[in-house]
Design a binder for this molecule. Structure first.
Ligand code: DHB
Ligand code: MG
Length: 221
């Protein structure tokens, strides 16, 4: 039986108008190109967009572009002089994302860096650009700690760092888990807990993507 939370996501998608032709087309293109359906949900995309707007984000960094679905949500939340840099290891995914971002009219504001994220992050750190106001980490779960460390170097007090997929159907509490993704998120949680530069929480989520959650960290003075 389909869990009730799918129906609830549909209810809110419908009532709160959480999709449109551009967003729907992005998902259709992603599916047609064979990308896995692991994009954020419409409700989560709107949540990221609202976070960006609440923090007046002008510079956003995303680690893990996939088909560009969350990039459309966050890109739309930017002011006209804003920038979203999104990091993607796969040229194939980036090609899909670029088409989706073109359809969304966002290519002036959104830049895709195609390389292993650790290389792109090293480059961004070396470039010493303006800090990012919002970072969304949604990539290789085993590398969550190095991505978080890089995010800390690329932000400022007041910036927000969001990490996707920290609950994994509840597996996060299994210290013996042989799943590298779970262990990656456990290491991240320990890392965040010991980091005095952030104040963080974790929010469990259910919806059409099942049971998972976010860590949300505020970079503090
Ligand atoms: C997976 C990755 C994601 O970023 C996600 O949101 C859900 C699942 C995965 O690799 O299985
Ligand atoms: Mg994810």
């Amino acid at each position: 039986m389909e869990p009730v939370w799918n129906a609830v996501d549909e209810y809110f998608n419908d009532r709160l108008h959480l999709s449109d032709t551009v967003l729907a087309a992005a998902l259709e293109e992603s599916t047609a190109a064979g990308l896995p359906a692991i994009n954020v949900t419409p409700a989560q995309g709107k949540f990221l967009a609202l976070l960006a707007r609440m923090g007046n984000a002008r510079r956003i960094l995303e680690i893990g572009t996939l088909g560009g679905y969350s990039a459309i949500w966050m890109g739309r939340a930017l002011p006209s002089n804003g920038t979203l840099i999104t990091l993607e290891i796969s040229q194939r995914n980036a090609d899909v994302a670029l088409r989706n971002l073109e359809r969304a009219g966002l290519t002036a504001r959104v830049k895709i860096m195609v390389a292993p994220a650790s290389e792109s992050l090293d480059r961004l750190i070396a470039d010493r650009g303006e800090p990012f106001d919002l970072v969304f980490i949604d990539a290789d779960k085993e590398r969550s700690v190095p991505y978080f460390d890089a995010a800390l170097q690329l932000t400022r007090p007041g910036s927000v760092i969001v990490v996707d997929n920290v609950v994994r159907d509840g597996a996060i509490i299994d210290a013996q888990s042989t799943d590298g993704n779970v262990q990656g998120m456990r290491r991240l949680t320990e890392r965040v807990a010991r980091e005095p530069r952030v104040s963080a929480t974790a929010i469990q989520t259910v919806g059409s993507k099942g049971y998972d959650g976010f860590i949300i960290a505020l970079v503090q003075p």
